[in-house]
Write a protein that binds this ligand. Structure first.
Ligand SMILES: [Zn+2]
Length: 252
């Protein structure tokens, strides 16, 4: 799913990736985001530099970094990209980050710039401060084990059942009832995004992932959660109709 976003030149940020073996997906993110054409072409100067782990717009550290190091990275993150379209801050093993580091990062996330991307990777998203986690789009890679660690709330479980049964009208009501608060809406959208990317969902749900990503961005720009949701829902219906009409199928 994440790789599909990257291929469409859509770079979710701030992103918190949870899983065991994350070096592959992290490298993909860096390759797509920093490539001069954002296609991970493999030929441009940036692509070659990323593979050598040395790129002027790539800022990397492990989660257990010291405050001074973080400050210096954040300072550099705010500067204009030298070569690529954005500067990318990548903090790995984020489960080791101190509270102080997380709080400093949180402050930065509250005043985002368009020219930066932030990716955190962790073995356990649960170890990140809830306030920080709720600012990030959370992706859980692979293992059923990590899925099990983050059980669905009763309401979320109900929502996913309704999706399977294609009871759209009841579903709309249910989702709207979750969208009272921004933080909660963000978490519902992230969950839906994760689910929408699973292949076994029926009808226009297949086409919901991209509109949902946009909805999350709109939410971060302080738009009303219900408006964001209605926009995503309508767009997925339109996309589904358009693709059905042209006889194409979306490959996920
Ligand atoms: Zn390239």
């Amino acid at each position: 799913m994440l790789i599909e976003c990257l291929k469409r030149k859509s770079f979710p940020s701030p992103l918190l990736i949870e899983g065991r073996e994350l070096s592959g997906i992290l490298l993909d993110y860096k390759r797509f985001a920093l490539c001069e054409t954002q296609t991970a072409c493999g030929d441009c100067r940036s692509c070659k530099q990323v593979l050598k782990a040395f790129h002027p717009d790539l800022l990397e550290a492990k989660g257990d970094l010291k405050m001074e190091e973080l400050r210096s990275l954040l300072h550099r993150l705010r500067q204009k990209p030298l070569q690529s379209k954005a500067r990318l801050l990548c903090l790995t093993e984020f489960q080791m980050a101190s509270k102080q580091v997380q709080n400093a990062l949180l402050k930065t996330l509250e005043e985002p710039l368009e020219s930066w991307l932030i990716v955190l990777s962790t073995q356990s998203a649960g170890k990140a401060l809830p306030t920080l986690r709720s600012r990030c789009l959370v992706f859980r890679m692979g293992s059923e084990e990590s899925e099990a660690k983050a059980p669905l709330s009763e309401l979320e479980a109900e929502i996913f059942e309704l999706i399977q049964e294609e009871r759209d009208w009841v579903l709309q009501q249910k989702i709207e009832s979750c969208l009272k608060k921004r933080e909660q809406s963000r978490s519902v959208f992230s969950r839906l995004l994760q689910k929408a990317s699973e292949k076994n969902y029926p009808g226009h749900w297949l086409y919901l992932s991209e509109p949902l990503l946009e909805a999350i961005e709109q939410l971060d720009r302080n738009l009303n959660p219900k408006t964001c949701w209605e926009f995503a829902w309508t767009r997925s219906l339109q996309e589904a109709k358009k693709l059905r009409f042209s006889g194409r199928r979306l490959s996920l």
